[in-house]
Design a protein around this ligand. Structure first.
Ligand code: CAA
Length: 390
C-alpha cells in the first residue's frame, strides 16, 4: 500500500504534484538541490492550499495538509518512500542521476515514476536496477487544477506497476489515461505540438497574425488560452524540447522558427515575464488581451492535430475517446478535439490537410483512416458519423 510519496524537483510541476499528493492524504517528501528552491516551493504550496481552504474546497485544515509535507536537500527522506515522482529539468543525464540515487536509497518495493514530457521512459529506466518498476506519470500545469495524468509504461514496465500507477492517479483525484505503449511526446504533447506547429505555420506564412490565431482559439474554439499564450504559459524552452524530441524520433517536422527564436532571445514565456506576450513579472501569469474578431478558420487551426490524433488511433495507441479525455482534462478544452473535428466537418479538415500537404508539408499528409472516413461520407455530425456516431 502506498503511504509515502517522494517528489524530486520542487519547481513548477514538482511543487504542484507534491501538493496534490498531500491534498489526497499521502505523506509527502520533497527533495531539491537547494533550500532556496525548497522554501519557494513551500511558500507556493502554502499559498495554494490556503486559497483552496478559503474557498471551502478542503475537508481538512490547511495546516494539517501542510504538516504532511517534509522538505529536504537530502535523499534520506526517500528511505521509507513507497512511490517516487521525479520532476527535475528535462535533461536525460540529470534524470539518470536522480534515478540512480533513488534506486540506491528507496526501498526495493518502491515504484519510481517520471513526470517527463519528452524523454523516453525506457532510457531513464536503464539507469536503475529495477527497470520494471519505472514508469511515466505525466501531470499537467497547474497540477492542482488539471485533472489528467497520462500513465506511460516503458518497454520494461510490468503490468502490476502500471495498474498500481493508474490506481494511484485515481487516489490523487486525477483522471488517468493509460497509453498502450510509449510513443515520443505521448498523446498530449503530440497533439499540443501539432496545434502549435499549425499556429506557427499560419503566422510565418503571413496567413494570420499571432493575435488572430489566439483570438480564434479562445473565441471560436473556446479554449481557455490562445495557442501562443499557452506556449508562453508552458515555457517556450519546454515547447522546443518536446518539438525536438518528436522530430529527432521520426515525426515529420513542420519548418517554423518562431518558438526557437524566442528561446534564443531568452524570452521563455511566463517564467521570464516575456514570450509572445508580456506578463506582470517573471513567473506571474495574467490573461492576455486579444481582439474579439478574427478571420482564422478553426478547422484549419486544428487540422494537423486531428491528423495526428487519427494516426494514434490508426496505430491503436489510444482510441478517439482517450484523445478527447486528454484534451479536456489535460488542457481544459471545453470539449474533445475530435468532437470539435466532427462538428467542424471532417471534409473541411481533410481539405486543409490536402491543401497544405500540396505546398510541401509532409506532416499534413492525411492518414488512411481520415481519408477512408471522408470517402465513406463519415464527415462528422452533419452526416451522423465521424469519429463518433450521432
Ligand atoms: N492553486 C489553487 N487554485 C488555483 C491555482 C493554484 N495553483 N491556480 C489557479 N487556481 C484557481 C483559481 O483560484 C481560480 O479559482 P476560482 O475559479 O474558484 O476563482 C481558478 O483556478 C482559475 O484560475 P484564474 O482565475 O487565476 O485564471 P483563469 O481562469 O485564467 O484559469 C487556467 C487559469 C486554469 C490556467 C486556465 O487558463 C487553463 O486551464 N489554461 C490551460 C492550461 C493548460 O492547457 N495546461 C496544460 C499545459 S501542457 C502541460 O502541462 C504538459 C506538458 O508536458 C507541457
Amino acid at each position: 500500500m502506498i503511504q509515502k510519496i517522494v517528489v524530486v524537483g520542487a519547481g513548477t510541476m514538482g511543487h504542484g504534484i507534491a501538493e496534490v499528493a498531500a491534498l489526497s492524504g499521502f505523506r509527502v517528501g520533497v527533495i531539491d538541490v537547494s533550500w532556496d528552491f525548497l522554501n519557494r516551493a513551500k511558500d507556493r504550496i502554502k499559498e495554494s492550499v490556503v486559497r483552496l481552504y478559503e474557498k471551502g474546497q478542503l475537508k481538512e485544515k490547511a495546516e494539517d495538509i501542510l504538516a504532511r509535507i517534509e522538505f529536504n536537500t537530502s535523499y534520506d527522506i526517500a528511505k521509507d518512500a513507497d512511490f517516487a515522482i521525479e520532476a527535475v529539468p528535462e535533461n536525460l543525464e540529470l534524470k539518470k542521476k536522480v534515478f540512480t540515487t533513488l534506486d540506491e536509497i528507496a526501498p526495493p518495493h518502491a515504484i519510481l515514476a517520471t513526470n517527463t514530457s519528452s524523454i523516453p521512459i525506457s532510457d531513464i529506466a536503464e539507469a536503475t536496477k529495477r527497470k520494471e518498476k519505472v514508469i511515466g506519470m505525466h501531470f499537467f500545469n497547474p497540477p492542482v487544477i488539471m485533472k489528467l495524468v497520462e500513465v506511460i509504461p516503458s518497454k520494461y514496465t510490468s503490468e502490476d506497476v502500471t495498474n498500481i500507477t493508474v490506481d494511484l492517479a485515481k487516489k490523487m483525484n486525477k483522471i488517468p489515461v493509460r497509453l498502450k505503449y510509449e510513443i515520443p511526446g505521448f498523446v498530449s504533447n503530440r497533439i499540443f505540438i501539432r496545434l502549435l506547429q499549425e499556429a506557427c505555420r499560419e503566422v510565418e506564412s503571413g496567413e494570420e497574425t499571432i493575435e488572430e490565431v489566439d483570438s480564434a482559439a479562445r473565441n471560436k474554439l473556446k479554449l481557455p488560452m490562445g495557442l501562443f499564450e499557452l506556449a508562453d504559459y508552458v515555457g517556450l524552452d519546454v515547447v522546443v524540447d518536446i518539438w525536438n524530441v518528436l522530430t529527432t524520433r521520426g515525426t515529420p517536422d513542420v519548418k517554423c522558427s518562431m518558438y526557437r527564436n524566442k528561446v534564443n532571445e531568452k524570452n521563455l514565456g511566463v517564467k521570464t515575464g516575456k514570450g509572445f506576450y508580456s506578463y506582470p513579472s517573471p513567473g506571474k501569469y495574467s490573461k492576455v488581451q486579444l481582439p474579439n474578431e478574427s478571420k482564422t478558420d478553426p478547422a484549419k487551426l486544428i487540422s494537423l492535430a486531428v491528423n495526428e490524433a487519427s494516426w494514434m488511433i490508426e496505430n491503436q495507441i489510444v482510441n478517439a475517446k482517450d484523445v478527447d479525455t486528454v484534451m479536456i482534462y489535460g488542457f481544459n478544452f471545453p470539449k474533445g478535439l475530435l468532437e470539435m473535428a466532427d462538428e467542424l466537418g471532417l471534409d473541411n479538415i481533410y481539405k486543409y490537410l490536402k491543401e497544405i500537404y500540396a505546398k510541401g508539408y509532409e506532416a499534413y499528409k492525411p492518414t488512411s483512416i481520415l481519408e477512408k472516413m471522408v470517402n465513406e461520407r463519415k464527415l462528422g455530425k452533419k452526416t451522423g458519423e465521424g469519429f463518433y456516431k450521432y
